[in-house]
Design a protein around this ligand. Structure first.
Ligand code: BG6
Ligand code: MG
Length: 244
């Protein structure tokens, strides 16, 4: 609980809080990104973009790929074309984006539930057991397919994907929508993200953010872990006292 709130409470109310008779927790929802947080589909996105870039005669590096994480398919293609110094009309871009999407779908076709990152399902269940609502917010239009293949639909109280929003990350729209679906205020939510664009979006939505990956790259996040399995209920509680 936030220390500032605690100081306003009477002795009796403090006793109620200690005995869990009233819940003054600020964090009541946890919103997960999908690609790179729950499963390694970020790698399949990279392989498909790399294949496309190769066809265009451009060598796409893993470093450059970081810019593609969290943003929409169309935006990703535009970034690659900019990097390659290639200019194409809308029709041609559409053909390339569909080609990449077909390859991505080929790669994920045989995906099985055991590919979920270790500890993620346990984390979701532990949080839920402690009264935290669980959301999924992915810019991907394939998010529901991935969720279905992993058989984790029932783990979420709300799912928001790339088909439901007008602006993808770093715009905060997806997180506002997820909070609305969870019937929570943005300040009651924490986001788990592996993309820089996702961290920026979460903070812009007024939420706390846990980064998964390289601490230098995700320095804007309130906390960064190498893997999702390192996140715990206590992490959410710790974030309640952090000011953005
Ligand atoms: C995000 C990924 O989750 O979804 C991006 O991080 C991807 O890499 C984006 O480009 C859009 O995905 P899709 O499946 O709609 O092409
Ligand atoms: Mg991601």
């Amino acid at each position: 609980m936030d220390y500032r709130l605690w100081t306003f409470l009477s002795k009796e109310k403090r006793e109620d809080v200690k005995l869990n008779r009233i819940d003054l927790s600020i964090i009541r929802g946890c919103i997960f990104d999908l690609d790179g947080v729950i499963v390694d589909t970020a790698h399949y996105h990279f392989l498909a973009w790399k294949r496309l870039a190769d066809e265009l005669g451009y060598h796409l590096t893993e470093g450059e790929n970081e810019q593609l994480k969290g943003v929409s398919r169309t935006r990703s293609l535009e970034i690659i074309l900019d990097l390659a110094g290639i200019s194409l009309n809308a029709e041609h871009k559409e053909i390339l984006a569909s080609k990449k999407n077909a390859w991505f779908n080929e790669y994920i076709e045989r995906m099985v539930p055991s590919e979920i990152f270790p500890g993620v399902k346990q984390l979701i269940r532990d949080l839920r057991g402690r009264g935290i609502k669980i959301g999924l917010a992915s810019s991907s239009k394939n998010a529901r397919t991935v969720v279905r293949l992993l058989q984790i639909e029932q783990e979420f109280d709300a799912i928001v994907d790339g088909n439901m929003i007008r602006h993808t990350k770093p715009h905060p729209e997806i997180f506002f929508t997820a909070a609305e679906e969870l019937k929570l205020e943005p300040e009651n939510c924490v986001v788990i993200e592996d993309a820089e664009a996702g961290v920026v979006a979460a903070l812009a939505a007024g939420m706390k953010c846990i980064g998964i990956g390289d601490p230098e790259r995700l320095y804007r996040a309130n906390k960064v872990f190498r893997t999702t399995a390192e996140v715990a209920f206590s992490t959410l509680r710790e974030l309640e006292t952090v000011n953005n």
